[in-house]
Structure formats: structure tokens, C-alpha cells
Design a protein around this ligand. Structure first.
Ligand SMILES: [Fe+2]
Ligand SMILES: [Fe+2]
Length: 295
């Protein structure tokens, strides 16, 4: 792995904003309701728009550099949580520094996305820990503010240390990954035992694993699965990697699937009224989370 200094800015951050990745996911997995109501499938599947190139480049970098070794290094570094300690509310302000001024079409800041997801979950009367999961699920994107490249923060996640599924978006880019021709990592099970359970599998490094590790002592198990695997589309949308799952993963899959539409389809043009909602969320955060969180 080359030192970060050896990468040019484009090689680190090809996306104009992190939202470009999410917009691409939305094109791949459009809201069934929206398709029915408003847009034709053709419109969603328009792969010729300019953002396709930056997203493609983003995945080329992601698939090239997310090796087993890279993931272990990042885990060793970031899972010490020795960078910052903040209240949840300060952490939202910190996360909102990710707002991208160069992109006027980026309609909502990071906090608005989190609040819209959590409000949509609350409106459907799911348990309060799931509302909190919605509020916190992208907190791991602060990795960008610690200088991490976009391809090590967002993007679909996938197991490393074993063969890549062809259900992962842009699978052709994996041939540039050093693990692709490794005698162990390139095999079906790689470093893992059959059906070892996802808890024993290293996922490509990004905001999912980071926020899971940050909050693993504070939320119920289904919420932790939502945090940890919400970008693992090859599993929860495409049904791949069954050979690594155990029965507990299969049981938890329904929760990850339940969560996904709130992440993808909860954007609404009128932002929630934060002033009015604040007391509810202050109580909710105080109920489950400690007064400060370590980053
Ligand atoms: Fe996310
Ligand atoms: Fe999200």
C-alpha cells in the first residue's frame, strides 16, 4: 500500500461529494414506490450522466486498494478510538463539516440525511433503538475528516481475505487488487472456515465497521447489524456470500433489509423541524448512549 502522500487528490477523492456514491446506489436499487409513481426505469438506469465516471473511478480505487492487509491496518489504527472524544451533538456538528460547497445540488447536509432516516423509522413506529440506529448510522463518515480517502470511507462493502463475489458492483476492477491473485485470498473461503459467521469476517474498511465498533456496547444486536452491514449490498440485496454466513447472520438479515429502505428512500424535500424534534432526540440519545463518544 503506497503512503497516502503518493496519491494525487483525484486518486484520493474522485467523487465531487460523498452523496455521489449514495446517488449511484439509489440508481442501482431505485425505490419501488417512486418507480411506480413518477419515473420510468429507463430514467433511473441512465448510466451516461457525467457522475457515472467519477463513481466508476471511485470504485476502481476502492476495489484496487481494499486488500486484506489494508483492512487490518485500518482496524489496528482506527479501532483504538484515540483521535477525539465528543458528545453526540458535537459529533453531528463535526460530521456536518463534510458539506460540499462546490456542489450546489447536494441538497441536504449529513445530519439532515440521518434525521430523515430516523424520522422515517419513527413514523413507521419501529422500536426507539432503531430510530437511534437511523440517527447514528452514517456517523462513521467522520473518517473523511480524519484525512481518509473516500474509497476507504464509503462505497459498497464486501468481505476481504477470500474470493470476491461477482455480485459486487464493478467486479471487473478487482483484478487490480493484489489479493486477486493471492493463493489463499483468491479462494472461495480464503482465510475463513465455511459458515464461520460474518462476525469472523473482515469487511472492506469504511464507515459501517467504524460506527459499529464505536457503538457496539450501546445498541441491541439487530441495530448493530444495521450499522455494520448497511453498505453490504452484495449480501442484503444480492444474496451472495451464503457460504460465510451462520444461522445468526441469516436470522439478522431481515433487520438489515428492514433498515435499508430508510437509508435509501427517506430523502424528502422538506427537512424535519429540528427545533421541535430536539427534546425527543436528546432523551433518546441519553437513554442509550454515554455522555461522550470516542472517535
Ligand atoms: Fe452509510
Ligand atoms: Fe445513510
Amino acid at each position: 500500500m503506497a503512503a497516502p502522500g503518493k496519491f494525487t487528490e483525484k486518486e484520493i477523492n474522485p467523487l465531487v461529494s460523498l452523496d455521489e456514491w449514495e446517488e449511484d446506489v439509489l440508481q442501482r436499487y431505485p425505490d419501488p414506490d417512486t418507480i411506480a409513481k413518477e419515473k420510468s426505469k429507463e430514467e433511473y438506469r441512465n448510466y451516461d450522466e457525467p457522475s457515472r465516471d467519477t463513481v466508476r473511478e471511485f470504485y476502481r480505487l476502492n476495489h484496487t486498494h481494499q486488500t486484506y492487509e489494508f483492512v487490518q491496518q485500518k482496524r489496528k489504527d482506527f479501532l483504538q478510538f484515540n483521535r477525539k472524544e465528543m458528545t453526540v451533538w458535537d459529533a453531528f456538528n463535526f460530521l456536518n463539516q463534510l458539506v460540499d460547497d462546490s456542489d450546489p445540488d447536494t441538497d441536504l447536509d449529513q445530519f439532515q440525511h440521518l434525521l430523515q432516516a430516523s424520522e422515517a423509522i419513527r413514523a413507521d413506529r419501529h422500536p426507539d433503538w432503531m430510530v437511534l440506529t437511523g440517527l447514528m448510522h452514517d456517523m462513521g463518515k467522520v473518517l473523511c475528516l480524519f484525512g481518509e480517502p473516500q474509497w476507504a470511507v464509503v462505497g459498497d462493502t464486501f468481505p476481504v481475505g477470500c474470493a470476491y463475489s461477482d455480485k459486487i458492483v464493478y467486479p471487473e476492477f478487482f483484478k487490480h487488487n493484489a489479493d486477486y491473485s493471492d493463493p489463499v485470498y483468491s479462494t472461495k473461503y480464503g482465510v475463513y472456515a465455511p459458515n464461520c459467521g460474518l462476525r469472523n469476517v473482515s469487511m472492506s474498511w469504511g464507515h459501517d465497521e467504524y460506527v459499529y465498533q464505536m457503538l457496539k456496547d450501546y445498541l441491541p444486536e439487530p441495530g448493530l447489524y444495521m450499522l455494520r452491514y448497511h453498505s453490504f449490498y452484495a449480501w442484503h440485496r444480492e444474496g451472495s456470500y451464503d457460504h460465510l454466513l451462520d444461522d445468526h447472520d441469516r436470522e439478522m438479515l431481515k433487520w438489515v433489509k428492514l433498515f435499508n429502505p430508510y437509508d435509501l428512500y427517506s430523502k424528502c424535500p422538506t427537512p424535519p423541524d429540528w427545533k421541535q424534534l430536539r427534546p425527543y432526540y436528546e432523551d433518546l440519545v441519553a437513554k442509550y448512549l454515554p455522555s461522550t463518544i470516542k472517535f
